[in-house]
Structures are given as structure tokens and as C-alpha cells.
Design a protein around this ligand. Sequence first.
Ligand SMILES: [Zn+2]
Length: 211
Amino acid sequence: MQSSESRKIPDGRPPHFDLIAGNVCLDFVNTLDDRHTKPKELLERYDDLVRFGEDAGLLGVEQAARLIKRTSQDPGRARESLRRARDLREAIHDIFWALINERPVPDTPLARLNADVQKASEHLRLVPNNGGFEWHFDALDNFDSLLWRIAGSAADLLVSDQLPFVRACSSKDCEWFFLDTSKNHHRRWCDMKRCGNRAKVRRFYARKKTA
Ligand SMILES: [Zn+2]
């Protein structure tokens, strides 16, 4: 896992988001902080979404700057796109939350994700690269282009063999999502510093009390 301190954004600024999940779509779910206790929206403005895209490596510096510029020119459409992004986020959350809790995946969020995956595929192009080919998205100045990438990340994870390793943090106040790529797949916390140590301290005092 990359620690947030060691990461640097190409333009040199420190990252805005705590990306601990090891997967773009799961980090995206975590942009509604403390979801089940005291929800805190980390995507308040379209600019926040752009910053997430930059932090997550979905956008380059120039692309991010162009999108931010377009936001000031067309704030209404940027707001609409932000609303769609949050809807997509909640759909991705609901799908993985059902899977984590071994419940059937509800139809509505799956239909929502499928709609975004279909939209994304309309913008996919094969581009030659080093004698081979790569998938690229066109229309990267489109406000929704970040949504295509995030929907694609969720779809890729759902069909991958990594799916059983999607977890929610064991702290009930937190429940951030992450992909458990640890060797024994026993990772419990989103981050040792954020939740693991807090839990250790609580256990320590609980033991002292009973002793
Ligand atoms: Zn946590």
C-alpha cells in the first residue's frame, strides 16, 4: 500500500484525498466519509471531483486545469456532472456493500452502474502504442469523462478474481472500502494510522479496565 505521505501529485501539491483503498472505484466510494454514522461529503464542488481524479492518477495536470477552467465557464453542467458522479458513487457503494455482507446485489444500483459503463464504452478507442494497442478514452474535456473511468474501474473489479478481497474497514465509525491485497488477506483496517491504532488503544484500555 502506498502511504499518502509518499505520494506526490505531478504538479507538486500534496494529495487532497486519503487514497488508501488500492483501487480507484473503492477510493471513490470513500469520498463520502463516515457514511453510516455522520456522513461528510468530500465532493462538495466539481473541482473536488477533478482533484480526486488527479490524486487517483486519472487526470493529468493539463487536463485537470482545462476541466477546472470549463467549470467556471459552465457551472450548471459541472454541477449536473457532480450530481451524476455522486449517484454513481452511491451505486458502486450499494453493490459492494451487498457483496461484503453476502447479500444479493440490488437491481437499481447495478442498472445505474451498467448505464455508466455503457456510456463509457461509447468513448473507448483503441490506440496503437509500442507495437501493441491500448484503450483510451476520447473527449477527455467532457465533464463526465471522470465518471467513465470510475465506472470502468468498478466494472473491472466486479469481473476480476480480486472481488472476494473487497472489504470494509472494521471500525464501525469508518467502514471505508479497500482491496485487501495483503498476503494472508487478513487486513482489517482502512489504514493503521487512521483506524488500526485507534482500535488498539481502545482494546488496551478495555483490558486495563477488566484487569
Ligand atoms: Zn477505517
